[in-house]
Design a protein around this ligand. Structure first.
Ligand code: ADQ
Length: 476
């Protein structure tokens, strides 16, 4: 029997993307279709979204929705069925979904995403345009208040809180509770309170029926003070309800044989042209070592400051590095200077989807020295393109890459390199191992073939989500 699921997300590919959450929110509806789940996505009507989906049918409207007029409309785009929350006073702004043009959080993000969550609960309670969800999936803090809004309305609808990154809590001053229509009874340490403030993510973790995160290892790590971001106690308290389900990637979008952005190939040996084109595009010369690539947000999480420290060793071994990223200004600056200092290093600061494809197609290896990584997507793209992932042994990186240790090499199952602990020395050793493997073309090609065969799609994970959804929503 078909199951209706509403997914509430602050970003969704192909409409708006700042990071991995958008890829997951955009891919899950398609992947779940085969499992008999109809998933519709509720997203904010940012200008870029409205420009793409146009004016849909109005399903709900109000003159005073958190301080201004708003309407909910239904639209379809690229196979997605969407509920778009149009509220100009909240979402019609320049800049990104969360930050203004200067890179600062919008001061009313709590209201903006509180409003999104309220609308999720509204659709849960009353349906929209004749469609009613059997369950709501809430992505990260921006949708964290949905389960609480439902509870406050005494609506007993199953909810799943999905954590893509526990580092973002969605904190708001307690004084905002009235404006957000949040119930005072939930403001205590066992509820939504986090050290005197409201945490939207904590509300989701406490009041959702189930909690998922994007890899089994991250699900275990979240129970520890090191990775739990102050919410490890809540996760431990709900241990029986927390499940790690690995992300997949969109295998049509990320297919080396059909990629519209890069030179195409089917076998590792076919990568040579994409590699040569990439060296040229990035202004790098051929070297004796591997061509390493990075596509990443530039934040402390991603550990790229560690790579800056390990860089001289890599370059000394004839390695090359091409990096695409944007994020924290000091890191952007440090990478710009690294490119000036080292001839073998090229850096592009910015967000560029097409270049990301060319980097992943042309690289020999993709580097993810993350301090924590709930799942990670670029190592999965790397596997699919035979671009060997060199990863920190944490979260989803530990779950998706098989280290090329002697046993795995002998068994013919190795797909990449893992390192631990996550520091510059261990990363240097890993890069040294990469150089050694790369120096043996036959062995390296074997690794690449293994990588390209590794399962990176949604199939298994979509089935796991569907099982969980069915387990908690009784047949209607
Ligand atoms: N400068 C740039 N130009 C072009 N594309 C760029 C880019 N910078 C990043 N990207 C793209 O953005 C996405 C990043 O996804 P990740 O999973 O690697 O990390 P993120 O930390 O955003 O996601 C969080 O959520 C996801 C989804 O659950 C988890 O996998 C992850 O571990 C968690 O931290 C990838 O699709 C990547 O190609």
């Amino acid at each position: 029997m078909s199951l209706n699921v509403l997914s509430v997300a602050s970003e969704c590919v192909p409409l708006v993307k700042t990071g991995g959450l958008a890829g997951v929110a955009g891919a899950l509806p398609g992947a779940l279709k085969a499992e008999g789940v109809e998933m519709r996505v509720l997203i904010p009507g940012y200008p870029g979204v409205l420009a793409k989906v146009g004016t849909g049918e109005t399903l709900w409207e109000s003159d005073d929705f958190f301080g201004g007029p708003a309407r909910l409309c239904f639209a379809t785009h690229g196979g997605l069925r969407l509920y778009v929350l149009e509220a100009a006073h909240l979402f019609d702004r320049p800049g990104g979904p969360y930050l203004d043009g200067g890179g600062c959080d919008w001061p009313d993000n709590d209201i903006r995403f509180g409003a999104l969550s309220w609308m999720g609960a509204q659709i849960g309670a009353e349906g929209a345009g004749g469609w009613r969800p059997d369950l709501i999936q809430c992505h990260d803090w921006q949708a964290g208040l949905v389960p609480l809004y439902l509870k406050a309305r005494s609506v007993d609808l199953p909810t799943v809180m999905t954590v893509h990154n526990i580092a973002f809590h969605g904190l708001m001053p307690a004084g905002r509770m009235a404006a957000l229509g949040l119930p005072g009874w939930a403001f205590h340490p066992g509820g939504m309170e986090f050290y005197g403030q409201v945490s939207a993510l904590k509300a989701g973790l406490v009041y959702a029926w189930k909690v998922t995160t994007v890899s089994p290892t991250y699900a275990r790590e979240l129970r520890t003070p090191e990775f739990g971001g102050g919410l490890d106690g809540v996760i431990r308290a709900r241990a029986g309800d927390v499940l790690g389900i690995l992300n997949g990637i969109d295998e049509a979008d990320w297919d080396p044989a059909t990629d519209p952005h890069a030179l195409r190939f089917k076998q590792p040996r076919g990568k040579a042209k994409a590699r040569a084109a990439l060296l040229e595009e990035m202004g790098l010369t051929e070297g004796p070592g591997p061509l390493c690539v990075v596509v990443s947000r530039l934040t402390g999480q991603k550990g790229l400051d560690l790579l800056l420290q390990a860089l001289p060793d890599l370059v000394a071994r004839g390695g090359r590095l091409a990096l695409l990223g944007s994020g924290e200004p000091p890191l952007e600056q440090a990478w710009r200077s690294a490119a000036e200092r080292h001839e073998g290093v090229a850096v592009r600061i910015g967000y560029d989807e097409a270049l990301a494809h060319r980097l992943i197609a042309g690289g020999d290896a993709i580097l993810l020295p993350s301090r924590f990584e709930p799942c990670g997507l670029t190592q999965l793209y790397g596997l699919r393109y035979g671009t060997i992932p060199v990863v920190a042994r944490t979260g989803g990186l530990a779950d998706t890459v098989i280290d090329a240790n002697p046993a795995a090499l002998a068994a013919g199952v190795a797909t990449g390199i893992q390192f631990a602990p996550v520091n510059a020395e261990a990363l240097s050793v890993a890069l040294d191992r990469l150089c050694d493997l790369h120096a043996d073309p036959e062995l390296f090609a074997k690794l690449q073939r293994n990588a390209m065969r590794a399962p990176v799609g949604w199939q298994g994970s979509a089935a796991a989500y569907a099982r969980l959804f069915r387990e908690i929503s009784p047949p209607s």
